[in-house]
Design a protein around this ligand. Structure first.
Ligand code: PAF
Length: 255
């Protein structure tokens, strides 16, 4: 497995590669959800590329960025074990040589749900994903449906800009108690870890959106939103874990 820190080094290597390339973009702190994306990519492609880049432009809250977990050594061990061929870890200056002058902005769906509560978040996500896809030039790129809004916005961006890549949406991986696996779960403490699965349990319950939001608030969640759009129910809610607000998101297909 090669670990590459410079985009120029990767681009030189990319020119020599033939065959299909599967790409899994991440911000590191790899967990079973990422592992399932990587396994699928290794299975379906000749090469698998993993990017690890904590993208500052998608964080609207500096505390959230500061507290984003960094488990680089373990991430590399996992990537190697799963058969990843190349890990790309670009720097900010390399990714944003333009100083973030150029941005990809979607002005409808990205303004709702998480976008309503995290100003500029999806512009940061779409911009960095556009850059990463143009850099890696993969055949397929894999995204988890836990971040369903992100997955849909990226699929639509690729279609809109005639980008030559297949976006593959993969099912959410859950703990035994239903909690969606997430890098942020590491910040839950003993108490909040016990409460966190209620999010999924209530999302799948027959109660109305309004009642679910009330029930979540009653067990300690600070609810950003709880809404049903079409055939999907979406939620984002935070738990106070030793003074740190751990924001959890989830969504389920309605029965
Ligand atoms: O889902 C993530 O981890 C990030 O939003 C992504 C897609 C890697 C872009 O920074």
């Amino acid at each position: 497995m090669r670990v590459i820190d410079k985009t120029r080094t990767w681009r030189t290597l990319r020119n020599t590669l033939e065959g299909t390339i599967g790409f899994v973009p991440t911000m590191g702190a790899l967990h079973r959800g990422h592992a399932s994306l990587l396994e699928r990519s290794v299975d379906e492609n000749d090469f698998t590329v993993l990017s690890i880049y904590v993208n500052p432009t998608q964080f609207n809250n500096p505390d959230d960025l500061d507290n984003y977990p960094d488990t680089m050594e373990d991430d590399l061990v996992l990537a190697k074990r799963l058969g990843v061929d190349v890990v790309i870890r670009p720097t900010y200056n390399d990714m944003y040589a333009d100083g973030y002058r150029y941005q990809v902005d979607e002005n409808e769906f990205s303004r709702t749900l998480c976008g309503e509560h995290r100003s500029g978040h999806f512009t940061g996500v779409l911009t960095v994903v556009m850059k990463l896809l143009n850099l890696v030039l993969p055949t397929r790129a894999y995204f988890g449906k836990k971040d369903y809004q992100q997955y849909r916005l990226i699929s639509d961006m690729v279609e809109t800009f005639f980008m030559n890549v297949e976006i593959v949406g993969c099912e959410t991986i859950r703990e035994c108690d239903g909690l969606a696996v997430s890098s942020r779960n590491i910040n839950l403490n003993g108490e909040t870890r016990k409460v966190a699965p209620r999010l999924h349990k209530l999302l799948t319950s027959p109660y109305s959106d309004e009642d679910v939001a009330k029930k979540l608030a009653a067990v300690g969640f600070d609810v950003d939103y709880l809404v049903t759009r079409g055939r999907r129910r979406f939620a984002a809610a935070s738990l106070d874990s030793n003074g740190l607000a751990v924001r959890l998101i989830d969504n389920v297909e309605c029965a």
